[in-house]
Every structure is written in structure tokens, then in C-alpha cells.
Design a protein around this ligand. Structure first.
Ligand code: DAH
Length: 342
């Protein structure tokens, strides 16, 4: 019998030599010590084949063997578990001095940022915002704006016609007509929108964004226009900037002006941005032509109006020193990341 006990002991000693994980220890322990199927457990079943006088010795032998085996497995289990814990510590080690991985947040597109900024400025002066149409009828885009068919000023805007009657809006100015048809003075609206022209170079894109402004009330003058635009340029381009008005021509305004902003780069001394002049052209504006008011059923003897049209890409390019309009449409994150006003 002793031989049998010895051989089980050897089997255990050999078996535990190569064990690497607590799971393997558990499996081997079960193989020997499981109360029903374990090798040592099964020895007890042999009791009935043992001569009665040897039974007590046999029982003690099995129990001693069991105790011995339990101890071996417990020692091994403790050793392997300590090793496993150590390995886990190594693997999960955190270097608290390592710089954190920064999370990049998305951003509004520079054109959207500029549009929102302009809206904020004029909303602060009491302007309401309205939607623009992208497909316009020839009447609203041109004729009602005092630009009838064959008027030479139509050449200023290379138009995408969809049919003889419909076209892609070339300017947000049509919003003036829609507003004045729907509403009587006092009017103070701002209308951002997409506009389209067959034009494509470093500073022009076939689709771009404009922001139309219209104020109609009693006794509106160029002074009101200049006052509002001064506030606009100061908020967008910084305190200390101002505007100057130069005579120009648009069929829907009389007088018409081209508005320059004092150079916010050099403060007016003359630099590359303002081409040495101290001034940068930023938008077109004027006093609403009497004909346009009449076209909308507003009496030009009682009311007058001012209007302006801001190119949002141009305003953005000037503010951020971008020299090619395509950079605003290519969505290259290396460029967009540099323009963040949020
Ligand atoms: N619609 C003109 C353009 O696209 C810009 C403009 C000029 C708008 C004068 C106006 C204005 O409201 O008064 O070139």
C-alpha cells in the first residue's frame, strides 16, 4: 500500500513542477483531491478490499497523504498567485508623469463662425434674421432690384440660369424685396445666404456666402449706415477700426458706396494687406433706390432705407489673413485648426 501512496506523491511532485498558472494548479488539485473523482478520494473506496486489521492504518495513510497533498497545492497556489499578481502590476503599470493624450474637439467652420459673429453684432443693434432662398426668380434677383432685362449691371454677376425665369441666387439682395413685400416699415433685417456666380479664381468661388442688411424707416440716411458699419468693423476687426465710404454703383441703391475698413493690420500706415493704402475694401452698400421702395409698395417720399451686402468669405479671409478662398472649402484640418474663435 505504501508503494501506492509513494507513487501518488511522486506523481504530484512531478505534476506540480511545470505548473505556471493558478488555473493549472486548480485543475491538478482537482485531479487528485476531488472528493468524488480525485485519485486520493478514490483510494478510500478501496477500504472494503483491505483486511479488517489493516484498515485503520490504511485510513490514516490516506488521510496523511491527503493532508500532505493539500499542503503542497496550497504552497504552490500561494506562490503562483503572488507571481500572477506581480505580473498584473507590471502590465497595468501607469506612468502618472506621462503627458495626457489630448482630445480634439470639433469646431464650427470659419465661415459659420464669421456668420454667427456678424449676426451677433447686428442682432445687438436690433436686427432680425431671416432665411434666404437659393433658387430665385429673375424678378426678385434682378428686375425688382431695378435691374431689368438687358440692364448692363446684370453683367456684374455671371448668372447660372435654370430656366428663362429661374436662376441660382447671385446675391442675397433679393431678400430686400421679399421682406418689403411682406412687411411695412420700420424694417431692420439681416439675411445670410448662399449665392452662386460663374466665377472661379483665388478670391472667387462659384458658391459663396453673403449677408444682406436692410433698414427702412423714416429719415434713414448714409449717416445711419456709416454708424452701424463702424460698430460692425470694430466688433469684428477690433477697437479703433473705422470705415470710409467711396462712391460706387449698384442699380438698387442711390447713392451707392463701396465701404473700406481702416487697415487693422498696420493701423492705417500702409502694409502688404492694404497694399500700402491704409484701407481695405470690405462691402457694398447704399441708400435704397426710390424705385426699389416703390416696386414693393413703400412710399419713397415717406420712407427711406439703407442696405448693405457683406461677402462672408471675404470678411473671413481678411480677418485670418487667408489669401486663397479655396482654403475655406477644402476642409483641410491643418488650416481649419488655426482658425478658432470659439
Ligand atoms: N448685392 C451686391 C453684390 O452682390 C452687394 C450689395 C451692394 C448689397 C450694395 C447691397 C448694397 O445691399 O446696398 O455685389
Amino acid at each position: 500500500m505504501n508503494e501506492k501512496f509513494e507513487s501518488i506523491k511522486n506523481e504530484i511532485l512531478n505534476g506540480i513542477e511545470d505548473l505556471q498558472s493558478s488555473k493549472a494548479v486548480y485543475e491538478l488539485k482537482k485531479h487528485f483531491l476531488d472528493s468524488k473523482s480525485g485519485k486520493i478520494g478514490l483510494l478510500m473506496k478501496e477500504m472494503k478490499n483491505i483486511a479488517p486489521e489493516e484498515r485503520a492504518g490504511f485510513g490514516k495513510g490516506v488521510n496523511d497523504l491527503k493532508e500532505w497533498a493539500l499542503q503542497r497545492f496550497a504552497e504552490l497556489d500561494e506562490k503562483i498567485k503572488a507571481k500572477e499578481l506581480q505580473m498584473r502590476y507590471e502590465q497595468e503599470k501607469i506612468d502618472v508623469t506621462e503627458p495626457a493624450i489630448t482630445v480634439k474637439n470639433g469646431n464650427l467652420h470659419p465661415i459659420t463662425q464669421m456668420r454667427n459673429e456678424i449676426i451677433d453684432v447686428f442682432a445687438g443693434m436690433g436686427f432680425e434674421v431671416m432665411e434666404n432662398k437659393e433658387i430665385e426668380n429673375d424678378y426678385y434677383n434682378f428686375t425688382a432690384l431695378n435691374t431689368p432685362k438687358d440692364h448692363p449691371a446684370r453683367d456684374m454677376q455671371d448668372t447660372f440660369y435654370l430656366s428663362p425665369e429661374f436662376l441660382l441666387a447671385t446675391q442675397t439682395s433679393a431678400a430686400q424685396i421679399h421682406t418689403m413685400e411682406a412687411k411695412k416699415p420700420p424694417i431692420k433685417i439681416l439675411c445670410p445666404g448662399k449665392v452662386f456666380r460663374s466665377d472661379d479664381d483665388a478670391t472667387h468661388s462659384p458658391m459663396f456666402h453673403q449677408m444682406e442688411g436692410l433698414v427702412v424707416d423714416k429719415k434713414i440716411t448714409l449717416c445711419d449706415l456709416k454708424g452701424m458699419l463702424d460698430v460692425f468693423v470694430q466688433k469684428i476687426y477690433g477697437e479703433g477700426t473705422t470705415t470710409r465710404l467711396r462712391p460706387s454703383y449698384f442699380p438698387f441703391t442711390e447713392p451707392s458706396v463701396e465701404v473700406d475698413v481702416s487697415c487693422f493690420e498696420c493701423g492705417g500706415k500702409g502694409c502688404k494687406l492694404c497694399k500700402g493704402t491704409g484701407w481695405i475694401e470690405i462691402l457694398g452698400a447704399g441708400i435704397v433706390n426710390r424705385k426699389v421702395l416703390s416696386n414693393c409698395g413703400i412710399d419713397p417720399d415717406e420712407y427711406s432705407g439703407l442696405a448693405f451686402g457683406i461677402g462672408i468669405e471675404r470678411a473671413t479671409m481678411l480677418k485670418y489673413g487667408i489669401n486663397n478662398i479655396k482654403l475655406l472649402f477644402e476642409s483641410d484640418l491643418r488650416v481649419l485648426d488655426q482658425i478658432d474663435n470659439n
